[in-house]
Design a protein around this ligand. Structure first.
Ligand code: SF4
Length: 241
């Protein structure tokens, strides 16, 4: 492909999407990057749970137990009690304690993930995803949001849904595949901070407008309508509900 052809076919869809969301919502608050361990704990707790609830539970856990070692060594029932407001506490409490024990074992008796700094994103993610209760979204969050600040895109259910409604990815692909395709589409100049900002903007749009159900009422005034085949169908009345 010649340089001119490559230029003509340059895929700007993510940049256009990003700009439209920035125009609509403004820049998201700057993230305070946590240690990889704190981010892992938060992300393990937060799956299928509202952001505010996940934050409240993380703070409650830190208030009840002074250290992560204490969380690791507590009776599982005690951990379950504190994290009760998140979804599936009965699965998350043992998975979290198991993860904390394994990290300690594999890190020479120390409970932290500071040794991950400097490893490749791919290696870190493969290792994290070998833990029970850690999927692609959690590993991406640790790599991208924590002080590791590596290249990854945390594709949660909002992000996956919107990418599909915008036809950026086929309907049938998994969230992992959505991330892979979106990352391939993202401008090379987007570093970890931009990927984080992109994730935050898309998530916000999913929370406020392009919701899981009952989103159709928002399509006619949506800032993404011009680039959204689903929204166009809704507005034209051609979409089967
Ligand atoms: S136009 Fe409708 S379907 Fe498309 S992003 Fe906006 S709310 Fe979602």
């Amino acid at each position: 492909m010649s340089v001119v052809t490559a230029f003509l076919f340059e895929d700007r869809r993510l940049e256009d999407l990003h700009q439209a969301l920035l125009d609509a919502y403004g820049p998201p608050p700057e993230r305070e990057c946590w240690s990889p361990l704190r981010q892992l704990v938060y992300s393990m707790l937060s799956s299928r749970t509202k952001t505010e609830t996940s934050h409240e539970v993380l703070y409650a856990l830190e208030k009840r137990f002074a250290t992560w070692e204490q969380v690791r060594d507590a009776a599982v029932q005690d951990v379950m009690e504190v994290i009760a407001p998140v979804r599936f506490p009965e699965k998350k409490a043992p998975a979290l304690q198991q993860a904390l024990r394994r990290i300690t074992r594999q890190n020479g008796g120390k409970l932290n993930l500071d040794f991950l700094h400097g490893h490749s994103e791919e290696r870190i993610r493969r290792w994290l995803e070998s833990f029970d209760g850690v999927g692609a979204k959690t590993s991406a969050s640790v790599v991208n949001f924590s002080t590791i600040r590596g290249r990854a895109l945390a594709v949660d259910s909002h992000h996956d849904r919107i990418a599909k409604r915008l036809h950026l990815v086929p309907q049938s692909v998994s969230a992992e595949e959505t991330e892979r395709r979106l990352l391939a589409m993202a401008p090379a100049a987007w570093g970890p901070e931009m990927l984080d900002e992109h994730h935050s903007l898309v998530k916000l749009h999913g929370q406020l407008r392009c919701t899981k159900i009952d989103f159709e009422k928002n399509c006619s005034t949506c800032p993404l309508l011009k680039m959204c085949p689903t929204g166009e169908e809704v507005v034209a009345g051609n979409r089967e509900v």
